[in-house]
Design a protein around this ligand. Sequence first.
Ligand SMILES: CC(C)(COP(=O)(O)OP(=O)(O)OC[C@H]1O[C@@H](n2cnc3c(N)ncnc32)[C@H](O)[C@@H]1OP(=O)(O)O)[C@@H](O)C(=O)NCCC(=O)NCCSC(=O)C[C@H](O)C(=O)O
Ligand SMILES: [Mg+2]
Length: 288
Amino acid sequence: MDLRARPYRSVLYIPGSRDRALDKARDLPVDAIIFDLEDAVAADEKVNARALLATRLAEGGYGGRAQIVRINGMDTPWGADDLDAIAAIGPEAILLPKVGSVEDVAAVAARLDAIPAARATRLWAMMETPAGILNAAAIARAPRMAGFVMGTNDLAKELGSRTRAAMHTALQHCLLAARAAGIVCVDGVYNAFKDEEGLAAECAEGRDFGFDGKTLIHPAQVAIANAAFAPSPEEIALARRQIAAYEEAKAQGQGVAVVDGKIVENLHVDTARATLAKADAIAEGEAA
Ligand SMILES: CC(C)(COP(=O)(O)OP(=O)(O)OC[C@H]1O[C@@H](n2cnc3c(N)ncnc32)[C@H](O)[C@@H]1OP(=O)(O)O)[C@@H](O)C(=O)NCCC(=O)NCCSC(=O)C[C@H](O)C(=O)O
Ligand SMILES: [Mg+2]
């Protein structure tokens, strides 16, 4: 299965304790939702949030959006109960926080193997600890692994870094590991949720790096991420021209075409086809 065939431009965190936000998300134009039981939920709300979220997920109404539940760490008082309660609903994916090693993931995958409802549930990993970043290649190939989410807040805390630039190596390292394993990789959150310009700039950088999309914390951020991570009309038009020019060159026995003064070879055509497939998947999701 091509995990990246589906769009992940906008991936919105929703605190599992906020019923109004859980309801609102049913109408938001996001590609994916992370229903959060970890850092967005206070310690004394954890148990109630787990029950509320289980009820809302069982009710459904989230349409074709990818649904991912972030549980608490297995080393916390809530992790094991979160896992059992959420796995029993058979969610599409469970997101593990602060993953440090492939063994962390393998232990959860083995526990899921014993829960029939979770037969098809995939695992995602928060990449946000120095050990996790260093072990990214192995984690990306762990059992049931389907996606990485960059946790830039925790990473900044752990590294003591003060700028995003200081985390570029970690971001790119995780992206390399994800691409080598063929899994999804989404960028970290932009905390200043009222700063649209700052978010747009960070989305543009994430897109240039190659991320599939951005994690978000507020509905006002959704449109900006959706625009930044979708192929632009110019990119779509160029992709079509590249494919047509290459097909024509091939018909004449040549392996190289030229479009806008730049060579187009089979690998560029692969990228062009991927651009069109992504645009189609987005259009399909928006029409649904
Ligand atoms: C940041 C917020 C606390 C702001 O909340 P609030 O003051 O309620 O915002 P608004 O009044 O502007 O809200 C307007 C309406 O939008 C709904 N809303 C708000 N946030 C969300 C959301 N995330 N999803 C869905 N709907 C949302 C409100 O209910 C209002 O609706 P209505 O009443 O109908 O008008 C708040 O946005 C928030 O809590 N955001 C999520 C924070 C979060 O999830 N944090 C954890 C993830 S970040 C992280 O941990 C990353 C990683 O681990 C790392 O290390 O980096
Ligand atoms: Mg975190």
